[in-house]
Write a protein that binds this ligand. Structure first.
Ligand SMILES: [Fe+2]
Ligand SMILES: [Fe+2]
Length: 199
């Protein structure tokens, strides 16, 4: 009895192992919409942390979180634009929705550049980060209530395949942005924002 149940447990365990597809890439557990929503939730938490640190006048702490927000948002928006938006555009056939989303990304990138160029002691620093959070909230709301459901309903995209591509691209950008001691590489950030602006 004991042996049989152990065997059974082993079998279950083996079958849940990630499998490799023909291309040799590891299959991912989630589809891309789940990953995008996870990112949204993560960054929302970071904005909350920023608020607390700013309230406590912890300049070093708040700058660290603001830099993390900037890096996360740049990686998310660029990977989203490259990997998810083209498919979303063809699946929904809604150019207006996709164009507006790109304009919103551009506004966020613009604000991120301004934040990076600022002295954290500047009285406008906190306001810029707060407004960035408000822009992102609005944008995320539109993605989650309009774009994502429309894409999912269309059933036109391989959302699992896109998840793998999205994660890989995002990781690549995040590692580009990580400078000495894991600090944000501000020069790289400017280069990435500049390159994105000239697409
Ligand atoms: Fe997003
Ligand atoms: Fe977005």
């Amino acid at each position: 009895m004991r042996t049989a149940s152990t065997e059974q447990a082993k079998t279950v365990k083996a079958s849940t192992k990630p499998s490799a597809n023909a291309a040799g890439t590891t299959a991912v557990k989630h589809d891309v919409i789940v990953l995008l929503k996870n990112d949204h939730a993560e960054v929302k938490k970071l904005f909350k942390q920023f608020d607390k640190l700013a309230e406590n006048e912890d300049t070093q702490g708040k700058v660290q979180i603001a830099n993390k927000i900037c890096a996360e948002l740049i990686a998310h928006t660029i990977a989203e634009e490259e990997i998810f938006y083209p498919g979303a555009r063809s699946a929904t056939d809604d150019d207006d929705m996709l164009n507006e989303a790109i304009v919103e990304h551009d506004s966020a990138k613009d604000l991120i550049s301004q934040i990076q160029a600022m002295d954290p002691e500047d009285p406008m620093y906190d306001a810029k980060v707060t407004v960035l959070g408000e822009y992102i909230n609005h944008h995320v709301e539109e993605e989650e209530t309009e774009m994502f459901p429309e894409v999912r309903e269309s059933k036109e995209l391989d959302l699992r395949e896109l998840a793998g591509k999205f994660s890989a691209r995002k990781e690549e950008i995040l590692s580009q942005l990580s400078g000495v001691n894991g600090e944000l590489d501000a020069q790289q950030l400017r280069t990435l924002i500049g390159a994105a602006a000239h697409h």
